[in-house]
Design a binder for this molecule. Structure first.
Ligand SMILES: Cc1cc2nc3c(=O)[nH]c(=O)nc-3n(C[C@H](O)[C@H](O)[C@H](O)COP(=O)(O)OP(=O)(O)OC[C@H]3O[C@@H](n4cnc5c(N)ncnc54)[C@H](O)[C@@H]3O)c2cc1C
Length: 814
């Protein structure tokens, strides 16, 4: 027998191996004439070899050997025994495509470490997920087959095939985060791979965002642990998977981790040989390869799993984190001289850091997945939630529906019954005091988790990061950080709050506080957040935003004249503001004041925003303004004068000259909240209109039976539904592409919503006759509020100007 080694030189005795195989591998040639052993270069973890055994003539049998690496190993890593167990079970009892296994050798005396022998699959392995050299339709099929292969392994009934005890099922992510965090610490530090502090922050973030579904074992199943396209063998000609390889990290647990991991190449270039780190979403998805949502929809459709929109950010961040920890392990072994994989292992230190960076960029994104699977995939879903998907593009998720139900019940039980009571106080001589029941309702809303729902997930993460360096084990503070909703999700809830002018503040979701809190979250520093944001989030204080001035046309913010002059360590403020909403409220403690700090700077850099304690000497609240006679007590829209008001220089937000930038940033979500509330106000109008029409008779018929009413009612519904879709689309775009790119649709929503609400409420008032104009129904108040929103947050004409400008820009690019 001749023995030939090729590739990386291996460290075992081939004769001994052949002897062992001839005894333990079924049909292994007893007297081979020639044996060739070559190591697969791809993959660094468990060294893998091709065994080519000649029988004489042209007859060659091929096998694959997989062994543990030599040297000292990290705890529980490289368990080839487990790989054998899972391959054996799947091969024997399921149609999951895996190579057939022949034997497991746990006796290290044979080749130095345990190993197993499996079938060599003749086929294609695509090392590059971009699938170069393939036609677009083949690429599409390869990706579709990949999604199906993953779904098939996830469908394995582990109890039925003897893998019921292959791992613990519950709390998979929780345990994985701990495990890989420990591995990372063990692989890094002095004399090992350098330790990256952002990785430690990432561990904290992950620990705080583990999806609730993770704690249950009911949804757990077989997890591959390293499911990537280059671990699949495709049929030599057909685009189907014939083998899933590399089961080293397989166990039982949360299968969404596999799914997220299989999509990482969309975000990062996982190839350790390349310095480039961007994934195909950034570099360009090659023709034919589906977008990430399309691939994901293929998987969900094949596995029957729901669309994972709510938890996707966690799963991807987790996968990047785990990849980073694995890279650190490989790099550490390379430093210590016992990693296979050569140059790739050397590079893996840098790659690990890139993965950590990518995880943070991903976490900081507003929205990471569309609310629903792409069209064309929706009809394939068959659970009850997805039945809804058939009925429209915007359907709230289960989480949102559950919150909305609770919110509606709260409105029925506590808000509507209190409206006349709150109105009574607001029209009495005690009008500028807060009704004690309002504070009680706030506590109740907080306890029910209906608090700060406006707060987007990414802003909550920023608050945790800045206030607690990302490490927050303060449960009480965490409860202040909303429900982790996107702007779109909040839209469904904000609409409900808009049905009563008294509701938003009960849930700490009222203007201008939400906009002001958003400013502090986005532009405030740690000290400013601690002093003002925390009590605002708690609902202990309220705030106001002072930009508009009586003497200048303030819809053009560059006209603002209020002077903010630097004097040593202070700023001195002089100016007159009006329409400062909320400044009359006895709970109002902080004003965000916009003024000019540098008249010689470029037009949009002259303005700054400073935080002013309302108690500061020189701040004079002059009077409440009224809207059609409503003074909105105890909230109020105040005229406020500033006379030599001195505030510490550290009160400037962002930086001197940053005022315009903040104003732009503040208005995106805040404006949309107004639109969402207007949809709710219009719905309330519709409801009251219909009730009245069904109860009251004129000329022998109920109003509802008159044809003219029916036509008006129908037109109101058409307007309302059109506008709701526009507002939801604006919210979705805000989540997906951010304030700036969504400015066109935001402007459209801002114009459409108050005009629609005015039309609907006007019709409702008409149907109510004289009562509609009185204070006996909520309609006149809702109407007055809706009318302000054709001017407040910018007049219609300014928004129409934005829409027209974008339209003309588009045309000029044609
Ligand atoms: C109820 C209410 C609450 C408010 N709350 C606040 C608050 O909390 N803080 C704050 O700072 N401000 C607040 N405002 C003020 C509001 O933002 C301003 O009224 C608004 O920006 C318009 O400014 P202005 O009143 O100076 O009108 P102007 O700028 O004088 O504009 C008057 C009119 O000019 C026309 N116009 C303006 N620009 C154009 C254009 N490009 N093309 C064609 N026509 C145009 C429009 O018809 C517009 O209505 C509030 C206003 C109201 C009514």
């Amino acid at each position: 027998m001749t023995v030939q080694a090729s590739g990386v030189v291996h460290d075992f005795n081939v004769d001994v191996l052949v002897h062992y195989c001839s005894q333990h591998v079924q049909a292994f040639p007893l007297a081979p004439t020639h044996v060739k052993v070559s190591q697969f270069g791809h993959g660094q973890s468990n060294p893998t070899y091709l065994l080519e055994v000649s029988l004489g003539g042209s007859s060659v049998k091929q096998y694959v050997l997989r062994k543990k690496p030599a040297g000292k190993l990290l705890q529980s890593a490289h368990a080839v025994e487990r790989e054998f167990q899972v391959l054996n079970a799947l091969g024997a009892h399921t149609l999951v495509p895996v190579p057939k296994v022949f034997c497991l050798c746990t006796d290290s005396a044979v080749i130095g470490t345990p190993f197993y022998i499996m079938e060599y699959l003749e086929g294609r392995i695509f090392l590059d997920p971009k699938l170069p050299g393939l036609a677009p339709n083949r690429r599409r099929q390869i990706y579709s087959a990949t999604a199906k292969a993953l779904a098939s392994l996830h469908s394995a009934d582990v109890d039925a095939i003897g893998l019921g005890k292959y791992g613990r099922r519950d709390n998979y992510c929780k345990r994985q985060v701990d495990r890989w965090a420990k591995q990372y610490l063990a692989s890094t530090g002095e004399g090992k791979s350098p330790r990256n502090p952002k990785m430690l922050e990432l561990v904290d973030w992950l620990q705080q965002h583990i999806p609730s579904e993770d704690s249950s074992s009911a949804k757990a199943g077989l997890v591959h642990g390293d499911f990537r396209i280059d671990n699949l063998v495709f049929h030599p000609i057909e685009d189907k998977v014939i083998g899933i390889l590399d089961w080293e990290l397989s166990t039982l647990g949360n299968q969404m981790c596999d799914v997220a991991y299989s999509t990482l190449h969309y975000l990062v270039d996982v190839d350790v040989d390349k310095l480039q780190n961007e994934g195909i979403e950034a570099t360009g998805i090659p023709e034919g390869i589906p977008s990430l949502p399309e691939y994901l929809a293929d998987y969900c459709s094949a596995s029957g799993k729901p669309w994972p929109v709510d938890e996707w950010k966690f799963y991807v961040a987790f996968s990047l984190f785990r990849g980073a920890s694995i890279c650190a392990g490989v790099h550490c072994r390379w430093i210590m001289g016992n990693a296979s994989g050569g140059k790739r292992a050397q590079n893996s230190g840098l790659k690990g850091d890139a993965l950590i960076g990518a995880a943070w960029s991903f976490i900081e994104q507003k929205s990471v997945l569309p609310q629903h699977p792409p069209s064309g995939h929706r009809g394939q879903f068959n659970n009850s939630e997805d039945q809804n998907a058939l009925s429209g593009g915007f359907v709230p998720t289960k989480k949102v529906v559950e919150l909305r139900d609770r919110l509606m019940k709260f409105m029925e039980d506590h808000i509507y019954p209190m409206e006349s009571e709150f109105n009574k106080l607001a029209n009495s001589s005690m009008r500028w005091t807060v009704h004690p029941d309002e504070e009680k309702l706030k506590e109740m809303a907080k306890k029910q988790g209906l608090w700060n729902l406006w707060l987007p997930l990414d802003s909550a993460a920023r608050a945790r990061k800045l206030l607690f360096d990302g490490k927050n084990d303060n449960k009480a503070f965490d409860q202040l950080l909303g429900a982790g909703l996107s702007n779109l999700e909040y839209g469904y809830l904000c609409e409900v709050m808009g049905r009563s002018v008294w509701a938003p503040q009960v849930f700490n979701c009222g203007a201008p506080d939400t906009g002001n809190m958003e400013v502090l979250l986005r532009y405030g520093n740690k000290e400013q957040m601690q002093e003002w944001l925390v009590p605002l989030l708690e609902g202990k204080i309220r705030s106001a935003f002072a930009m508009t001035e009586p003497q200048v046309a303030s819809s053009d913010a560059t006209n603002i004249e209020c002077s903010i002059k630097r004097q040593g360590d202070s700023y001195i403020i002089n100016g007159k503001k009006w329409w400062t909403s909320g400044a009359m409220d006895p709970r109002c403690k902080i004003l965000i004041v916009m003024g000019k700090t540098d008249l010689s700077a470029p037009k949009h850099k002259q303005q700054s925003m400073v935080l002013v304690d309302i108690q500061s000497p020189g701040v004079q609240v002059i009077r409440p303004l009224t809207v059609f006679g409503f003074d909105e007590a105890p909230h109020g829209h105040a005229e406020v004068h500033f006379e030599n008001v001195c505030v510490p220089a550290k009160n400037v937000l962002l930086a001197e000259g940053g005022g315009f930038e903040i104003a732009q940033g503040r208005l995106g979500p805040g404006r949309l909240h107004h639109c969402m509330r207007l949809i709710g106000a219009a719905e309330r109008g519709m409801e009251l209109m219909v009730q009245r029409a069904l109860q009251r008779k004129t000329f022998g018929k109920f109003i509802a039976q008159h044809g003219s009413f029916q036509a008006d009612l129908a037109k109101c519904r058409v307007e309302l539904e059109k506008t709701r879709l526009l507002v939801l689309e604006a919210a979705d775009q805000l989540d997906r592409v951010g304030n700036k790119k969504a400015r066109g649709i935001l402007a459209m929503a801002k114009v459409a919503a108050p005009n629609m609400a005015l039309k609907v409420i006007d019709m409702a008032m008409q149907v109510h006759g004289g009562a509609g104009l009185s204070g006996d129904t909520v309609l006149s108040h809702l109407y007055a509020t809706a009318r302000t929103l054709r001017i407040a947050d910018g007049p219609d004409e300014v928004h129409l100007g934005t829409i027209a400008k974008l339209e003309l820009q588009k045309a000029s690019k044609l």
